[in-house]
Design a protein around this ligand. Structure first.
Ligand code: SAH
Ligand code: SF4
Ligand code: F3S
Length: 479
């Protein structure tokens, strides 16, 4: 009888930050001939929630499952293994996952041999794992964000053992290199440049679920990008919770500016990066975006709030004024830049005046689009202890007012593009049908384009014919 793994997450451990050097693990992924046969004749379904970091992790998870001979299915009822890669950023992310577990439970009743796994940021939460142990004991594997490389062993143990296997480490984390990847897009790809976050914004769970900030070595990042170039990729997005802090945890004096320049000198058509924090966004970064044709004129710069009082409570380390100055500088230097943001409404103690400061900031920044959220209390974060006396209905009304304003500027900005010619990387058929194709501009706007099948995978010139709030229409022009 196998002694099943039972390592649960710990809130106390997840908070810790030490000076201990980050280990780079190059041979942590182990797969032998036996593990390689496990999935033969079986199908897997990976369902991904959350941010690009999770999407990129799911690409690794899919590759590992295929290494184990599982084949992919999109059909829930047809799957022999279902894996939920979860997000913990807001309560509704939780609710979606628990709802899905309810559905999977029914499936498991009909197909008892189905293997069910849950991983990602929710798995890093003590309360979630306790709830799974109480209510979803029939599940097979729960693992966290630090040990994706152990998946073959965990699945093998799950098959040989009827107990729920839990293996979640609440550690600061290593950098695990040489994991396989099955990319979900043929033309654009995500490349992690760093993991974790040390900013500890008071509302945010990410520093606890993803561990401390760990930058990858510049050679490893470039090597991944070179492979993508060799495979014909046109676009890379450099990923990190706070990319402009890249390198601050490394011994060598390497900064994000240096990395960005090195990548810009590689033979790739399009480079993007998310997310940049307004706090350490340098002039050099602005100049590089402007100077290099392959660094896209698109900046996602989450502001969260326009009120200095709220920004301070959030621990964001900038003021409305310094943020506006940065935006002005960016807009002055990069003429065609598109600017997007994230905003939280209804943070504890946000008054009507505070909220009006946010509206005023949106008026001034005229964002191309924004992700807007109602504050969601995350267990064990500092903000969870702050008194919150704003009724939920008021928060909802604020969100609506904010969205109306954001949408107004999104449309105004899009309308400015009508009759101009913009470069679009055509990714495939448009969801609009009508033989249209879809892709994104250099400024990260979705365009439905009249063009040909042969244009898929290419960057073509498109004349914009119509602007909507969320997308553009256009047609291919030659030259
Ligand atoms: N690292 C990025 C953001 C990652 S999370 C940054 O610092 O900008 C993505 C967005 O989710 C955040 O920008 C924030 O707007 C939102 N968010 C994070 N925690 C939240 C919470 N507790 N409630 C509501 N929104 C939250
Ligand atoms: Fe969360 Fe702040 Fe880190 Fe972004 S920078 S991931 S909001 S703690
Ligand atoms: Fe969600 Fe984790 Fe990303 S909490 S937003 S999946 S880092």
């Amino acid at each position: 009888m196998i002694k099943h793994t039972h390592i649960k997450p710990s809130y106390i451990q997840a908070k810790k930050r030490s000076k201990e050097e980050v280990k780079i693990l190059t041979d942590a992924y182990i797969i032998n001939n036996e593990l390689k046969k496990i999935g033969m004749g079986k199908k897997y379904l990976v369902i991904t929630y959350g941010c690009q970091a999770n999407e990129r992790d799911s690409e690794t998870i899919s590759a590992i499952l295929e290494d184990m001979s599982f084949t992919k299915t999109d059909d829930f009822n047809d799957a022999d293994l279902i894996l939920l890669n979860t997000c913990a950023i807001r309560e509704n992310a939780h609710n979606k996952v628990f709802g899905m577990l309810g559905r999977i439970k029914h499936l498991k009743e009909i197909k008892p041999n189905i293997i069910t796994c849950l991983c990602g940021c929710m798995a890093q939460e003590e309360s979630v794992v306790n709830e799974i142990e109480e209510k979803f004991k029939w599940m097979d594997v729960v693992f966290g964000t630090h040990n994706i490389q152990n998946l073959p062993r965990l699945i093998s143990d799950a098959i040989n053992d009827n107990e729920l296997i839990i293996e979640v480490y609440s550690k600061e984390g290593d950098v695990v290199e040489n994991l396989p990847v099955k990319r979900s897009n043929k033309y654009k790809a995500y490349v992690n440049i760093m993991y974790g976050c040390d900013k500890f914004c008071t509302y945010c769970i990410v520093p606890y679920t993803r561990g401390k900030q760990r930058s990858r070595k510049i050679e490893d990042i470039k090597c991944e990008i070179q492979k993508l170039i060799d495979d014909g990729y046109k676009e890379v997005t450099l990923l990190g919770q706070n990319v402009n802090a890249y390198g601050k945890d490394l011994d060598e004096k390497i900064t994000f500016d240096m990395l960005l320049k090195e990548v810009a000198n590689m033979n790739i058509d399009r480079i993007r990066f998310v997310t940049s924090h307004p706090w350490d966004f340098t002039d050099e970064m602005i100049n590089i975006i402007n100077d290099y044709d392959n660094v896209m004129p698109y900046v996602h710069l989450p502001v969260q709030s326009g009120s200095d009082k709220i920004l301070k409570l959030m621990g964001r380390r900038y003021t409305k004024e310094s943020y506006l100055k940065l935006v002005e500088k960016i807009k002055n230097v990069i003429k065609n830049v598109s600017l997007t943001t994230d905003i939280i409404v209804g943070f504890p103690n946000e008054t009507e005046e505070d909220f009006n400061e946010t509206l005023d900031l949106v008026e001034k920044c005229k964002y191309d689009s924004a992700f807007t959220f109602i504050y969601s209390k995350r267990e064990n974060t500092p903000a969870a202890k702050m008194e919150d006396n704003t009724p939920f209905e008021i928060k909802q009304k604020r969100l609506q007012r904010l969205n109306d304003l954001v949408n107004k500027y999104a449309l105004i900005n899009n309308e400015k593009l009508v009759n101009t010619i913009v470069p679009v990387l055509i990714e495939g058929k448009s969801q609009k049908g009508n033989n249209l194709y879809a892709g994104y501009t250099d400024t990260m706007k979705l365009v439905n384009v009249k063009c040909n099948k042969e244009d898929v995978g290419k960057i073509i010139n498109v004349k914009i014919t119509e602007a909507k709030t969320w997308s553009l229409n256009g047609e291919k022009v030659n030259g």
